[in-house]
Design a protein around this ligand. Structure first.
Ligand SMILES: [Zn+2]
Length: 345
């Protein structure tokens, strides 16, 4: 019987080694280790042996059983691993396929335009000065030479918070803040920010919009300095080939006051009468900014003696240059939150 067990031991191990797939494992297990398998039948035959033989044979059967179990576990693991490798090779993963793109955001068109404006004025030595968006009647109007009942107030439809407090209608109150902070030093700042007007929303006007105000205060500052700075700005912002035109105007806080226009890209056609474009209403000229020499009353309100000091100020929209640059025909897109619009810039 010992001989038979040893033969089984050898046969079982050899067969186990010859198995090539995990599918064949259960059959082998049933045959050698199962409840009706060969080893079990040997165990059952133990009773037929003599009492002297029985312990030794029983011991051998148990050894073989343990041995088979260990070999089986090992073989099972090996076959599973090689199966996994095969599957990986079949379902080949193509790492060269492009992945799903991550959508990256970018700056809003208004912010991009603002930063371009900052950059141009920075190169000319201007600092950015931030002033409050919520203002008093005093700062928004009175100190800028627009007293109560002054007809110029009709130019601004205002969001009143209460009798004294307003959402600023323009960035000009920042002039007073800057002057009172920097006095008695010379000043060269731009004052960017949001402004609010109680206005009908149309393709050309929003009730909320950005402005950039500029202010310089110093000794012997003249109108020609203002024109030089604005010409430089128009060239940098829109191109060196732009011509600049100055028109007389009126603002309560500047004297004299001017409007700065620059030539539209359609100017030659508009001049010859053979065309033009909707942006400039076929005139060949586009408004860039309102400006002027700081009014003596405003200088005094800021703490500067107009006998000694002079300065210029200008103000421009931010959405409008962006409209011009990208041929956008409706200002309402800027705050519409429509990604199809925003993603274009
Ligand atoms: Zn034009």
């Amino acid at each position: 019987m010992l001989e038979q067990i040893n033969l089984l031991r050898e046969k079982g191990q050899n067969e186990l080694k010859s198995l090539t797939s995990t599918d064949q494992l259960p059959d082998w297990y049933h045959q050698y280790l199962g409840r009706k398998g060969d080893l079990t039948s040997f165990l059952k035959q133990l009773g037929t042996l003599s009492a002297e033989e029985r312990p030794a044979v029983g011991k051998i059967i148990n050894e073989v059983k343990q041995e088979f179990q260990q070999s089986f576990d090992l073989r099972q693991e090996t076959l599973r691993e090689s199966k996994l490798h095969e599957e990986l090779e079949i379902d080949d993963l193509d790492v060269t396929l492009p992945g799903r793109p991550c959508t990256t955001g970018h700056l809003h068109l208004t912010t991009q335009t603002l930063r371009r404006i900052y950059q141009i004025f920075q190169e000319m030595g201007f600092q950015v000065y931030e002033a409050p968006e919520v203002e008093t009647d005093e700062y928004n109007f009175q100190l800028l030479n627009i007293p109560e009942y002054h007809p110029a107030r009709d130019m601004w439809d205002t969001f009143w918070v209460d009798d004294e407090v307003v959402l600023r209608t323009h960035t000009s109150p920042g002039q007073i803040w800057a002057m009172r902070e920097y006095y008695p030093d010379p000043i060269r700042v731009i004052l960017p920010g949001k402004c609010y007007r109680y206005e009908q929303i149309t393709p050309r006007s929003e009730h909320q919009f950005y402005q950039v105000e500029g202010l310089t205060i110093g000794k012997n500052i003249r109108l020609t300095d203002l024109i030089g700075v604005m010409t430089e700005f128009a060239h940098k912002m829109y191109g060196e080939d732009r011509k600049v035109r100055i028109r007389g105007s009126y603002f309560p806080f500047t004297e004299p006051s001017i409007e700065i226009d620059m030539s539209c890209s359609c100017k030659d056609k508009a001049d010859s009468g053979s065309g033009g474009c909707r942006l400039c209403k076929y005139t060949g000229w586009l408004e860039v900014a309102g400006a002027g020499m700081v009014h003596p009353v405003v200088l005094r309100n800021g703490g500067y003696d107009p006998e000694e000091w002079s300065g210029f100020a200008f103000g421009m929209g931010v959405e409008r240059p962006a409209l011009l640059k990208h041929n956008i025909d409706d200002i309402r897109y800027f705050y519409g939150n429509d990604l199809r619009f925003l993603q274009q810039f």
